[in-house]
Design a protein around this ligand. Structure first.
Ligand code: CIR
Length: 270
């Protein structure tokens, strides 16, 4: 059985910048501590590397306070990378910055040109489909432009709704294996995961829903013991990572990397 949605040879991350204190946030709970952020980020990268993946660590970009949340700038599939068009005005330039990096890792790179908007945090790729949640950052035109690209690549795209006041679709869910999703009750209640097995986050631990399955491990935000225990009881190899600083900017595990296994590396024979 394919594991293309959970197993990856590559990841790309971007170092947090000093300007991160100006990062976007729905509610101001104080400035993130850069030293602590760097510490958490380093631990995150170590876990990715421990699975054998090649991790490309990009330098900090001071012009873009939220650029550590690199997932929003691109969608990486096996056959191609697609450069997103972030709906947050201060983040638009992050997409152009990631393009040359992905062009060096993929033979095919597509670009969402607009006028619509779409961010990677609203996209959940499973074994059978690509789920895209419309949100304050991702609109119908952005989804339509992505749909045209991925359908040509042979993927099925299903448009769903992100609950109100939730930043991204994946703020509230993660893929744990080919048929299992960790999700908040408020998102699962929309019915978008019919046909999947859903493990609910524990009450009061909704902020733990944004995890990532990366090869044989699950990277999971520290501080959510009941949900963590649920995952361990299901046999997942859970690695907890400090997320207190990213959380001040509404970030979690998925936002901090692009994860992929390019089918044909540029320059590869054949
Ligand atoms: C933002 O509001 O865009 C950033 N402060 C957080 C982005 C988090 N990204 C994600 O969930 N994929």
């Amino acid at each position: 059985m394919s594991q293309r949605s959970t197993h990856f040879t590559h990841a790309v991350t971007r170092q947090p910048c000093n300007a991160i204190i100006d990062g976007l946030r729905a509610v101001d709970t104080g400035a993130p501590d850069l030293a602590a952020f760097r510490h958490h980020h380093g631990a995150y990268i170590e876990v990715l590397k421990s699975t054998g993946a090649v991790v490309t660590e990009l330098p900090a970009m001071e012009a873009f306070p939220d650029s550590v949340f690199i997932e929003d700038a691109a969608l990486c599939l096996q056959e191609a990378a697609i450069i997103m068009r972030p709906g947050a005005a201060t983040r638009l330039g992050e997409a152009a910055a990631v393009r040359p990096v992905l062009e060096s890792l993929y033979n095919q790179v597509f670009v969402i040109d607009g006028p619509g908007f779409i961010e990677g945090g609203d996209i959940l790729v499973t074994e059978s489909e690509i789920l895209v949640g419309r949100s304050a950052r991702t609109d119908a035109a952005g989804v339509a432009e992505l749909r045209a690209i991925v359908e040509k690549l042979g993927y099925r795209l299903r448009e769903v709704e992100t609950p109100p006041d939730v930043l991204h679709f994946k703020t509230d869910c993660s893929l744990l294996d080919g048929q299992t999703i960790l999700a908040t009750d408020r998102l699962a209640a929309t019915g978008c995961f019919e046909g999947y097995r859903v493990i609910p986050t524990a009450e009061g631990e909704e902020a733990s829903a944004n995890a990532i399955r990366f090869n044989d491990v699950v990277l999971f935000a520290a501080g959510f013991p009941q949900t963590e225990q649920r995952l361990r009881a299901e046999g997942f190899d859970v690695r907890t990572i400090g997320n207190s600083e990213a959380a001040k900017l509404d970030g979690g595990m998925s936002c901090l990397s692009l994860r992929f296994s390019p089918a044909d590396l540029p320059g590869a024979a054949g």
